[in-house]
Design a protein around this ligand. Sequence first.
Ligand code: ASP
Length: 406
Amino acid sequence: MPQKSDIWLLWAILFGAIAGLACGWWFGPTMQPIGWVGDLFLDILKMLILPLIVAAVISGIGGLGDIRQLGRLGGITVGYYFCTTALAVLVGLILVNIIQPGVGVDTFSADSPTDVIDAGSATGISDLVRSLVTPNLVDAAANLQLLPIIVFCLLFGAALTTLGERGRTVVDFFNGLNEAMMKLVMWVMYLAPVGVFALIANTLGQAGGGAAFWQELQAVGWYTATVIIGLFVHFLLLLAVAGWLGGRGLDYLRAMGRALIMAFGTGSSSATLPITMSAAEAGGADPKTLRFVLPLGATVNMDGTALYEAVAVMFIAQAYGIDLGFTAQTLIFITATLAAIGAAGIPQAGLVTMVIVLSAVNLPLEGIGLLLAVDWFLDRCRTTVNVWGDSVGAVVVGRLSGQTTR
Ligand code: ASP
């Protein structure tokens, strides 16, 4: 049962988000002076990420007590991530073929976003594999490169499970650290209504307010609609997966509400991670499982991003009048899945890794310029689905690996 204070907090955060939308919409750029409040809130969240991940992953894996359990848990987690990401791409491809949002779109007005293209072109598939490790853990920590840190903590936790009593002493230390970090997250959560308000009002204000945003939206209206319908369908499919495989339904969705609103407010799965973990624990996901599944999910499992990349790339092909057959779309299916895995959990990272997908099917990279104006908004929508995908993963993996959830 969610506590009364949790329900109040959810309403307060929802109110903050709606008020932020309304103020950003009406007052436009005049909301920018409060931008620092949102940035301050984001910085506080980011300050928690590193110690939280280290403590959570080591205590989660160390708590399994047996290295074979880790293999099983890891296998189920990777299987879940892969299946749901592939499902998301499929939903995107089906919808974009039915709606055909790019047909008749004027491509001449597209500015060539050279910075995005340069950043994306520097990333290859081999870089995705290499990003699993780092030659310098301190450097990775300083730059919030979470994946190699998670891999290290995973191995470290696994090693502890083989050391018997002495290993358990170390795991106990990380259990305590994890509890302290969760307490800090709870305190920070009380700032969330104001933080979310400032973040949303400022971003909409920067986009020029409601009237300017509405105009931009209409220019690529069908594209935006296709992505949003796809995200919504996938959101519901995930809810069904949660019910079917995880034994949890609307109650869990309600428990995760604050994390989902935070994801929309920040546009970053990583910055939302502390709140995702605390909400999933309050929602009854198995603590040992979620400590492993959620940090990993925030960095590699991005259903919303995968769906968006597939739709966006097909949209660009349609806008340029390039017909992509079954083989090319299969290539999009594979590369969009990989590009989503490679995208960092930070705002608009998916826009950059989309270059991998466009290059794979030889589409003009400057087509990305068509998507820029509305990307800040779609980024927030897809981040919400990314976080929901991770949260469902926590209950599904917990159930399938035999850990209990209430
Ligand atoms: N902003 C997304 C996230 O953090 C990634 C992306 O699609 O750009 O999950």
